[in-house]
Write a protein that binds this ligand. Structure first.
Ligand code: C2E
Ligand code: MG
Ligand code: MG
Ligand code: MG
Length: 278
């Protein structure tokens, strides 16, 4: 049973289920039901090469619409799922359904890009994470070369040998690893050289700050140059304007993701818009 959080963490459903007792239990059973009945949905947002403007991959982003509550954002139900223990089932659902979508794209056309999935630190830290991931890849017959794992910087806090081994194992199998929301965590930078990471995703808050003058630009430039010194590629998250794009290009940021190119799209929309770039 989920514990109530302090503050306004679950404001949307708390509000909508107002007046009902045990709204946390109701929410939990709704989410459990959505996983079981396959009513969750994945949307995909393109990652674009800043120089060539070609598609280099996409990120799978989870969507949940409840008949009674309407659309609930992941920023609301993911922390909840982490707290009530449903995050493992959600993570496995995301991995399996991303793999099934990749398989479908592979059968329709040449498919030479990677799909990134977000994995919660709680899920990633499970001892059998790699084993179960490999099982999903075997069952769906999708190669690890098509999958990237996005881990937030928070996942890297107090890293230990077990975490390093796990990431090394994934790399050996052919998966790639991206650090998500880079710059927002409280972790030291030490982990960056301990892990065979491929990509840093600069958090959107830094991209927004590009428009706030020289210091905002200096931060982004510093992150990009740190990444390049460590031989990592950089994705800028939440790029919305051509001004942001131009500055990112000036500092040799390789890839961009954001509304400037496209919002996350459902599989059908994504296919019709980008299939010729697979
Ligand atoms: P994230 O992984 O950093 O994903 C990027 C978020 O930024 C997405 O929000 C995306 O829709 C949004 N975004 C992309 N471009 C722009 C832009 O130009 N402007 C603005 N304002 N926003 C933009 P979304 O889909 O609401 O997801 C929020 C967070 O929820 C994700 O952040 C991720 O941490 C988490 N999440 C989403 N799907 C999953 C999932 O399947 N599993 C887990 N564990 N977490 C997920
Ligand atoms: Mg992400
Ligand atoms: Mg992010
Ligand atoms: Mg983010």
């Amino acid at each position: 049973v989920a514990k109530t959080r302090k503050g306004n963490q679950y404001k949307i459903f708390e509000h909508k289920l107002h007046g009902k007792n045990d709204y946390i239990l109701i929410f939990e059973s709704k989410l459990r039901h959505a996983i079981k009945e396959n009513t969750l949905e994945l949307h995909y947002q393109p990652k674009i090469d800043a120089k060539t403007e070609k598609l280099i991959g996409m990120e799978a982003l989870l969507r949940w619409r409840d008949p009674e509550l309407g659309q609930i954002p992941p920023s609301e139900f993911i922390p909840f799922a982490e707290e009530c223990g449903l995050i493992h089932d959600i993570g496995e659902w995301v991995l399996r359904n991303t793999a099934l979508q990749i398989k479908e794209w592979e059968q329709q056309s040449d498919f030479n890009v990677r799909v990134a999935v977000n994995i919660s630190p709680l899920h990633f830290k499970k001892v059998d994470f790699v084993e179960r991931l490999v099982k999903i890849m075997d069952e769906t017959k999708v190669r690890p070369e098509h999958l990237e794992i996005e881990l937030t910087e928070m996942s890297m806090m107090d890293y230990n040998e077990e975490l390093i081994n796990k990431i090394n194992e994934l790399k050996k199998l052919g998966f790639t690893i991206a650090i998500d929301d880079f710059g927002t965590g409280y972790s030291s930078l030490g982990y960056l050289k301990e892990f065979p990471i491929d990509t840093l995703k600069i958090d959107r808050t830094f991209i927004v700050n590009i428009n706030q003058g020289e210091s905002g630009i200096a931060m982004v430039a510093a992150i990009i140059s740190l990444a390049h010194a460590l031989k990592l590629k950089v994705v800028a998250e939440g790029v919305e304007t051509d001004v942001e794009l131009e500055i990112l290009k000036r500092y040799n940021c390789e890839y961009v993701q954001g509304y400037y190119y496209s919002k996350p799209l459902n599989a059908t929309e994504f296919t019709s818009k980008f299939q010729n770039e697979f």
